[in-house]
Write a protein that binds this ligand. Structure first.
Ligand SMILES: Cc1cc2nc3c(=O)[nH]c(=O)nc-3n(C[C@H](O)[C@H](O)[C@H](O)COP(=O)(O)OP(=O)(O)OC[C@H]3O[C@@H](n4cnc5c(N)ncnc54)[C@H](O)[C@@H]3O)c2cc1C
Length: 419
């Protein structure tokens, strides 16, 4: 039996190796349009390749796979993060799990992953054809199975399987506010960000940059809101709660119609907590000037900026002199600080595409096309994408493994098995 794999990236190579491990007699060929294979693996994770995640801190898969979490849950029963960890170690790649639960090769070098995949392909006799762009499935008429692993973006090969059009995910927000830009380099460890009028909210470190906002909280929100933001031309309101008192992340309303409009963040509970904290400071530190006592451990430059924004001319008043209206304004600027997103700026370390092959177009157990027997999809080409943290490679390993298993277990595949 002959299998063609279109796309020499993470999913294509992982599928090839797993296929040959199960079916040594099968002819497996990878077609890669560029002259170099595995190029994203090489640059991933800043050259270190964040190849999976322990998932220890993941309660709900929808918070790490805004699209495709239900399918991933099912496929993890076949090949999950622990299986991937074990697979790499069994193939000679020692891994380490960081405190933030991201998993990297112990070598801290993405070439360890590339060398392993290349070595396994050579050992098993996988044919690798570089500089060969496949434009149509007709070119592969001689193959029994075709696996499409062409990554994000559109391709004529997806004909009849396309779902939502591809749009970028994992980007930072451009915010045209010079006073904010002056705070460049400021980090707030636990900010809560929300797209007002939607359920979409994310939390975590937030970094102020010279173009706007970045950091894990913003990247997560860009992923949760990837389609909505695209639909709105990347111009939407953003609400920031700087106090660390916001609610847990919520991502699973990407099916646009199910987004329930909410009042912008700064929920009564956050506001009450903040008001209590500020009220206690007014009593305890009444004689001190506002800039000299920082609530919530806020960085001093940010606190000065928020005081200006909330109180203007009264930003240097003593704590004890705040009247009710001023206190309310301060609570509001701390828990529901409003900005206008003016566009997107790419995140240098990771970037994925949301959209691609509709999950309804494939058999969820095998990832085989429902309409074209023998045609399979794996990796980013599927409408599955994750937030940063190793979740995207995990999706590539899992889906590639499932396809390899499905082909090997097909009636013709069984003939090529070493049994
Ligand atoms: C800078 C960067 C850093 C990243 N870091 C991480 C990270 O640390 N952790 C993580 O989990 N994820 C990371 N990602 C995301 C991760 O790289 C992708 O999710 C993953 O590479 C998807 O694998 P894939 O094999 O599906 O697609 P790809 O890696 O994109 O591979 C697809 C391949 O198919 C080829 N191709 C396309 N069309 C054709 C055609 N018609 N004919 C032949 N060949 C074709 C392409 O040239 C490409 O080589 C990062 C992404 C970027 C851009």
């Amino acid at each position: 039996m002959k299998t063609a794999i279109v796309g020499g990236g993470a999913a294509g190579f992982f599928c090839a190796v797993n296929l040959k491990e199960r079916c040594p007699e099968m002819e497996v060929t990878i077609f890669e349009r560029s002259t170099k294979v595995l190029s994203k693996v090489e640059v991933s994770g800043g050259g270190r390749c964040n190849c999976t995640n322990s998932f220890r801190d993941v309660g709900d898969l929808s918070t790490v796979y805004p699209r495709g979490h239900r399918l991933m849950k099912r496929l993890f029963k076949v090949f999950g993060p622990h299986d991937a960890y074990e697979w790499w170690e069994r193939h000679g790649v020692r891994l380490v799990t960081q405190d933030d639960q991201c998993v990297f090769p112990a070598s801290q070098d993405s070439h360890t992953i590339i060398d392993c995949l290349m070595h396994e392909c050579r050992r098993h006799g996988v044919e690798i054809c570089t500089g060969r762009k496949i434009e149509s499935l007709d070119e592969l008429a001689g193959y029994d199975n075709v696996v499409i692993t062409t990554g994000g973006g559109d391709s004529p090969l997806l004909e009849g399987h396309r779902g939502e059009p591809p749009v970028p995910s994992l980007f930072t927000f451009r915010i045209d506010d010079e006073a904010l830009h002056d705070l460049m380099g400021t980090v707030v460890e636990n900010a809560h960000v929300q797209l007002p009028g939607t359920k979409l909210r994310a939390s975590g470190p937030l970094l102020i940059t010279h173009w706007g906002m970045s950091g894990p909280a913003i990247l997560r929100l860009s992923s949760y809101g990837a389609r909505l933001l695209a639909d709105n031309g990347y111009r939407m309101s953003l609400s920031v709660n700087w106090t660390g008192t916001g609610e847990a992340d919520a991502a699973d309303c990407l099916e646009r119609d199910s987004c329930v409009p909410l009042v912008a963040s700064g929920k009564p509970s956050d506001q009450k907590l903040t008001r209590n904290t500020l009220g206690a400071l007014m009593e305890r530190e009444g004689r001190k000037q506002l800039p000299n006592v920082r609530p919530f451990d806020l960085p001093s430059r940010l606190w000065d900026y928020l005081l200006q924004k909330g109180l203007q001319g009264r930003a240097h008043a003593p704590w004890g002199s705040l009247n009710k209206k001023e206190l309310n304004r301060l609570v509001n600027v701390l828990t529901n600080d409003q900005y206008q997103i003016a566009g997107r700026a790419p995140f240098k370390d990771e970037f994925v595409t949301c959209g691609g092959v509709a999950l309804s177009a494939v058999n969820p157990a095998t990832l085989e096309s429902r309409t074209h027997p023998g045609l399979y999809f794996a990796g980013e080409v599927l409408d599955i994408d994750g937030v940063t943290g190793g979740f995207n490679f995990q999706a590539a390993w899992t889906t590639a493994y499932v396809v390899a298993q499905a082909i090997a277990d097909s009636p013709r595949g069984r003939e090529d098995k070493n049994e």
